[in-house]
Design a protein around this ligand. Structure first.
Ligand code: PLP
Length: 351
């Protein structure tokens, strides 16, 4: 068992945070987990006060982008337990991203064991208020001081925690992107590496300027098939079936996506993981075959889509109802995450 060295903060900063007005990703809990990789092995692991780290300008990750991350959430149940939704899935995905980026895999005892200890120390930071949670950000980056393009020999793995407020998912207006791409076959779209997000900023900004909240990414080769919505997986209800793009090189294998598909199957709904063309989508909205469109991801869980723009025309989806699949699955996942229904699928990890 790996020893974790503990350095506690002298005075907690928790009273400086306004838990009634949390802004996503702007407040940080007292401690962070830090692990160093060097000489072909994970070396020191520590939990220490969240704070600045010092690096050389030539640190490789800043130049060539060997940097990956994950995101998941911890909740406080009514029984005052700290619950995390499917973190083992994030752990496995993190190491898939690591392999693709030529980075060392993080052992389970550091990722999961370290997370448990960190959450135990900072459990006071898990908000109790409805809809709020503690966002968990594990990440890794290369740290060699070297300006040659090659894999680094040293890395840092860190987990820090952010108390976050409830996410009001107002129905989104999204635009089908047919010029820029997020991911291509053979590329790194399936990995949560930093560069994927850097590359998405400009096209998203262009869509924002045109009055849309997000982009619907299409396939890089033909721009004919829908892939993801911003940084969420994209789902539709078409003739009563749940339709989403199959995972592969270009689709991030989302934990929320996987969970929504499983719940739909358990409810007896038809699930189709298949390419959906933009043509089928817009014709389906016009004919009434497409009744729901939504994004799925950790931040919002379910983000309903109201308008889809394609070639300068807005296609409007039916108004959202409580009886919609997306509303029901949203409530179901929330109940599971908060431990309010039986965890029949073993999705909850108790700290
Ligand atoms: C993280 C992410 C998702 C959603 O994954 P979850 O595990 O459900 O949070 C979807 N698409 C992209 C591009 C992502 O980065």
């Amino acid at each position: 068992m790996m020893q974790i060295e503990i350095k506690r903060i002298a005075q907690s900063r928790i009273n400086e945070v306004d838990f009634d007005h949390l802004v996503f990703g702007r407040s940080f809990a007292d401690h962070m987990l830090v692990a160093d990789y060097a000489d072909g092995a994970w070396q020191k692991v520590s939990i220490q006060p969240y704070g600045p780290l010092t690096y050389q300008p030539a640190m490789m990750s800043l130049h060539y982008g060997q940097a990956i991350f994950e995101g998941m959430k911890a909740y406080r149940s009514k029984q005052d337990e700290i619950l995390v939704f499917r973190p083992e899935e994030n752990f496995k995905r993190f190491n898939k991203s690591a392999v693709r980026m030529c980075m060392p895999e993080v052992p389970e005892e550091i990722f999961m064991g370290g997370l448990r200890q960190l959450l135990q120390m900072d459990k006071a930071w898990v908000p109790a208020k409805e809809g709020c949670s503690l966002y968990i950000r594990p990440f890794m980056f290369s740290t060699d001081e070297y300006v040659g393009v090659s894999p680094s020999n040293t890395y840092k793995f860190i987990i820090f925690l952010c108390p976050v407020g409830s996410y009001y998912a107002k129905p989104l207006r999204v635009r089908v992107e047919t010029e820029y791409i997020r991911a291509a076959k053979g590329g790194v779209g399936f990995s949560k590496n930093a560069g994927n997000y850097g590359g998405s900023l400009f096209p998203t900004q262009e869509a924002n300027k045109a009055g849309y909240d997000q982009i619907i990414w299409t396939d890089a080769a033909t721009h004919q098939y829908v892939e993801e919505a911003g940084t969420m997986n994209l789902m539709f209800v078409v003739n009563g079936a749940l339709v989403t793009a199959p995972t592969g090189d270009t689709i991030l294998d989302g934990v929320t996506r996987k969970s929504v598909l499983q719940i739909a199957k358990d409810w007896g709904m038809k699930v189709e993981e298949r390419p959906l063309s933009v043509k089928e989508l817009v014709e389906g909205i016009q004919s009434g075959a497409v009744t729901e469109a939504f994004g799925a991801g950790t931040a919002a869980v379910i983000a309903p889509i109201q308008v889809i723009a394609f070639e300068g025309k807005d296609y409007e989806l039916p108004a959202r109802k409580e009886s919609d699949f997306s509303s029901k699955v949203f409530h179901e996942i929330n109940h599971i995450r908060l431990g309010e229904v039986a965890d029949t699928r073993q999705w909850i990890w108790k700290v």
